[in-house]
Design a protein around this ligand. Structure first.
Ligand code: MV4
Length: 490
């Protein structure tokens, strides 16, 4: 039983993991860089260990292991990003006799290279996108002819959409091959590339799996993560609106087969592309807890971080037959300005009023007074809503977004509010090209000036309370009315 857990992460996911650990009576050790000295995740820990000045220290295996040793932690949760999918880190934890709250290093390694993963999945009978090797121009020509154009040249060690280029005809192949390989070298340290047939207008559908160390594996259904911008997910939902039950069943079976074939345990996710004919192809497996895990938690009632902690302890999964109820949607609240090309917007959060109420969960790494650092990813919080039906969840998303008020920095809240009212989104009719096809989203968003008014009004309201001066009739206040009017205008 781990009694003291070091969380090798920051922001909302460090807070999320700390909450689960504390609920289990496990002591929490946070780590922080100088830029994070006043960050919120430290407040949820029993103790905190400094990693030093370098903002990239969350990626430093030796420093993290040292911090664990110094604090007397007996296990490490890596969260997502940073060292979460680094097999060397998982091995270093084992060598230091620290429990790693995640999958075995061998499973991380098996999925670490795309070409290796494709080969392993093909051998396990998992459908992958038609494709093959491209180590020479000759070989690339052969592979491309076999699968048929258009094709994608992908970096073997790439990820997150980097190192991926489309080729429509053979005349372009040589040049694109060379470009992708040299970009791969500078970004990933290897020139290795391979070829896949390009799937048009795919949906991105992923299956959550959970395995214990006795070899039991269950799936926890799908998440549709098609709404992305530059390979950053913005909205995720479950169920996937147009997925037929038979396809879902097959996808879940395939995901379990994929996980089983590499001896997987802990929480993991198999990503698929779903084409417009309903065919699906394995893309990759994420061998970590994902940002969007809460939507799965809301429909299944399973707490994935509790399960990860149990499994790391050698305990069995606590679920028998996976069931789910209703629909859940997550919206990522980022510090960025949609009106200026989603430029990052670091700075001080002066006011922060998060929504709550029935069916609303906010996983946040900030509060009023937080400083948003330019050194880290811009995710401030995840708004996660549940409804008995998709329509109820969409209505709740809109309601909750309209309650959200952030003052001091720019956020994508206006963009998300627009998106939540877009007719195609409301119908569930979208694919991975949705954001590109809707450049108008966010353009009409609530002006920042209005949010500043709202912030001042919030301040004024608390002053009124202190002085017990009379409120506006029927308990409303001018700023609420003004804000409602603004929302109606849109
Ligand atoms: C593809 C694809 C179409 N065909 N592969 C982008 C990130 C990386 N994980 C895989 N990606 C894609 N691979 C084939 N053979 C289209 C994408 C893609 C995409 C995938 C999921 C979500 C959003 C996307 C946006 C653009 C392209």
């Amino acid at each position: 039983m781990p009694t003291k857990l070091l969380i090798a992460n920051r922001g909302e996911i460090a807070v999320r993991v700390a909450r689960a650990a504390r609920e289990r009576g496990i002591e929490v050790v946070a780590v922080f860089t100088e830029a994070d000295r006043h960050s919120l995740h430290l407040r949820y820990a029993d103790e905190a260990v400094a990693l030093g000045d370098d903002p990239r220290a969350y990626l430093d295996i030796e420093r993290i292991i040292q911090a664990a040793r110094r604090s007397g932690a007996d296990a490490v949760h890596p969260g997502y990003g940073f060292l979460s999918e680094n097999a060397d880190f998982a091995e270093a934890c084992q060598r230091a006799r620290l429990g790693f709250v995640g999958p075995p290093p061998s499973a991380i390694r098996a999925m670490g290279s795309k070409e290796r993963a494709r080969a392993a999945m093909t051998a396990a009978g998992v459908p992958v996108v038609p494709g093959g090797p491209a180590s020479t121009l000759e070989e690339a020509r052969e592979t491309a002819r076999r699968v048929g154009y258009p094709i994608l040249v992908k970096a073997t060690d790439g990820g997150g959409g980097k190192g991926m280029r489309r080729v429509d005809r053979e005349a372009e192949l040589a040049q694109v091959l060379e470009r992708t390989a040299s970009e791969a070298l500078s970004a990933f340290g290897s020139r290795a590339v391979y070829i896949e047939k390009a799937i048009d207008h795919p949906r991105h559908v992923e299956i959550q799996v959970l395995g214990d160390r006795e070899g039991r594996l269950v799936h926890l259904f799908e998440r549709d993560c098609s709404i992305q911008r530059r390979h950053q997910k913005i909205i995720e939902e479950t169920p996937c609106p147009p997925l037929p039950p038979a396809t879902l069943e097959e996808m879940c079976r395939v995901a379990l087969r994929a996980a089983e074939s590499i001896g997987y345990y802990s929480a993991g996710t198999c990503e698929f592309l779903l084409d417009s004919n309903g065919a699906f192809y394995f893309l990759e497996m994420n061998t970590r807890l994902q940002v969007e895990h809460p939507i799965t938690e809301l429909v299944t009632g399973v707490d994935l971080v509790h399960e990860m902690l149990r499994i790391a302890d050698g305990e069995p999964i606590s679920i028998d037959v996976p069931r789910r109820r209703g629909a859940a949607i997550e919206a990522r609240i980022n510090a960025e300005d949609p009106k200026r090309g989603f430029l990052p917007s670091p700075g001080n959060i002066e006011q922060w009023l998060a929504p709550s109420g029935p069916g609303v969960r906010v996983d946040s790494g900030v509060a009023a007074g937080s400083e948003v650092s330019p050194h880290y990813d811009p995710l401030l919080a995840k708004l996660v809503v549940w409804g008995e039906t998709r329509a109820a969840a969409v209505a709740r998303l809109r309601r909750a977004l309209s309650e959200f008020a952030v003052v001091g920095i720019d956020t994508n809240l206006g963009f998300l509010l627009d998106l939540s009212q877009d007719p195609a989104f409301v119908r569930g009719d979208y694919a991975t090209d949705f954001v590109n096809l809707h450049p108008e989203l966010g353009a009409t968003a609530l002006p920042q000036a209005a949010l500043h008014d709202l912030g001042r009004a919030l301040g004024a309201l608390s002053l009124l309370d202190e002085k017990s001066e009379p409120r506006a009739p029927n308990g409303t206040s001018p700023w609420v009315l003004a804000d409602r009017a603004r929302l109606r205008e849109r």
